[in-house]
Write a protein that binds this ligand. Structure first.
Ligand code: NAD
Length: 461
């Protein structure tokens, strides 16, 4: 049996070796899940909810251990891992509160013996191929509502968050979700491809644009529901009337939290020329204050990159930016880090004098690096914010709400922020324009997406 090596990105130590689900193993789990789905869908919603409620209780009770597992395998600072798990509990609460309303059959017309109804039924067997950067968030956005709505779920966590994925499966089963109804699939792209080969009623993917395009190519001809939550190159505009220090402090966190490895990390900043210098100084000061350290230490803000190959991506973006005239104000290279020279460490990096000829302002960086570009007015800022293949989030900093609304209504992004950034709410849909993906999770619609509406025409006379 092949094994997956789980490596701690902070130290390069081997943490664990996990049995990989090869094609045959995936096919067996898929068949079992398909067979088990109808009984799960027929289980009263109150019982399905009780399982998820128990699962929530287990996650809460074991939060510190689960945070430690996530920090060890991804390098995420322990405080950030705890934040994610606490946020996850809030999302579960939202899904539990809304599930019944979503599944209610709706009657729209009842007259002269004719009745028209919409019934919401589960999709059936769904696959979920997931990312490592927020394993509980992005996995939970699918399997919690997916299970509540009555689907069976085949969940493939990222190979960089496999231990967290196994913990999710263990706790779901302990909470009463039948073993065959939820299965974790361990492995790399091969396991993902084996999952794509199964007869699925829905495929939900979170990850990079390149993998999303591959999955779209495979799934397209099958006429199966497909959702793709992909990358971003999220911009923010700091207006002339914004407080440069407050905006800089907020945006430094938006760019560097989780070492910049969030799909909605701030990746581009456009600042009005009149406050550029004050803003840049405050941003550099704030970023400099972020403590790099052992991910398991309580005061660490900046951990390592989860994936070693991302270092080369950042180095290439930096070399390209420098060659084209950008100015490096802080950082700019890989770091020996705080763990004796081992690990995927990169300095928190700030550039200004950037422009859109540079990969740094066009391609997703997914690391602790930010580019700042001077603009002269709203029109220039809006044009630059929209000059991207992506469209996940965008923000504006200004004291005037009406001004922010005017700017943000012209920006193509699924989520927009006024005086805040890098924020996700279970109550609001999470979706993207352009190459940021298709479909959505979260909100009431993020529950409904795991059902199909069945139209009933009923004549009683
Ligand atoms: P990735 O595409 O490398 O991997 C994602 C998953 O796909 C993993 O489970 C991986 O094993 C699997 N996979 C890789 N190649 C495959 C293939 N050929 N066939 C089938 N499966 C395959 O992405 P990643 O590095 O895990 O995640 C980072 C990316 O995810 C970033 O671009 C980030 O912006 C994006 N992301 C988006 C959201 C969102 O909500 N839009 C959330 C989190 C992350």
């Amino acid at each position: 049996m092949k094994l997956l090596d789980v490596i701690n990105p902070a130290t390069e130590e081997l943490i664990s070796q996990l049995p990989i689900d090869d094609g045959a193993a995936v096919a067996v789990k898929a068949q079992k899940a398909r067979n088990a789905q109808a009984a799960w869908a027929a289980t009263p919603l109150s019982e399905r909810m009780a399982c998820i409620q128990r699962f929530r209780g287990f996650v809460q009770a074991q939060l510190d251990d689960l945070a430690k597992i996530m920090s060890q395998e991804t390098g995420k600072p322990l405080g950030h891992s705890r934040n994610e798990l606490n946020g996850f509990l809030g999302r579960v609460d939202f899904f539990l509160a809304e599930a019944e309303g979503i599944l209610k059959t709706e009657t729209f017309y009842h007259q002269d013996g004719m009745c028209e109804q919409i019934q919401h039924i589960p999709l059936g067997l769904i696959g979920n191929i997931s990312a490592w950067n927020y394993p509980w968030f992005v996995g939970g956005n699918v399997f919690v509502p997916g299970l509540l709505m009555g689907n069976a779920v085949l969940y493939k966590p990222s190979e960089f968050a496999a231990m967290s994925g196994l913990a999710m499966g263990r706790l779901l089963h302990e909470a009463g979700i039948p073993e065959d109804v939820f299965a974790t699939l361990i492995g790399t792209a091969d396991t993902g491809n084996a999952l794509l080969a199964q007869q699925l009623d829905g495929m939900f993917f979170t990850g990079s644009l390149a993998t999303g395009q591959h999955i779209a190519n495979v799934m397209g001809p099958r006429m199966t529901k497909l959702q793709l939550e992909l990358g971003g190159k999220d911009p923010t505009y700091v207006c002339a009337d914004a407080d440069p220090v407050i905006a800089a402090q907020s945006l430094a966190d938006g760019a560097m939290y989780n070492a910049g490895q969030s799909c909605c990390s701030v990746e581009r900043i456009y600042v009005h020329a009149s406050i550029h210098d004050q803003f840049v100084q405050a941003l550099v000061d704030t970023v400099r204050s972020f403590k790099m350290g052992d991910p398991l230490a309580a005061d660490t803000y900046l951990g390592p990159l989860t994936r070693a190959p991302q270092i080369k991506v950042l180095e290439d973006q930096i070399a390209d930016a420098k060659a084209k005239g950008a100015r490096c104000l802080l950082g700019g290279q890989r770091s020996k880090g705080p763990m004796g020279g081992k690990g995927n460490w990169f300095e928190a990096t700030v550039f200004d004098k950037v422009n859109h000829s540079m990969a740094l302002m066009r391609d997703e960086s997914f690391g602790p690096i930010i580019g700042i570009q001077k603009v002269n007015d709203d029109a220039e800022a809006i044009r630059l914010m929209n000059d991207t293949q992506y469209g996940l989030t965008a923000g504006v900093y200004t004291p005037k709400e009406q001004h922010a609304r005017e700017v943000l209504s012209q920006v193509r992004a699924g989520t927009v922020y006024w005086n805040c950034c890098d924020r996700v709410s279970p109550r609001l849909p999470w979706s993207g324009y352009g190459q940021s993906g298709v479909g959505l999770t979260l909100s009431r619609e993020g529950l409904a997406t795991f059902t199909r509406p069945k139209a009933w025409h009923l004549r009683s006379n």
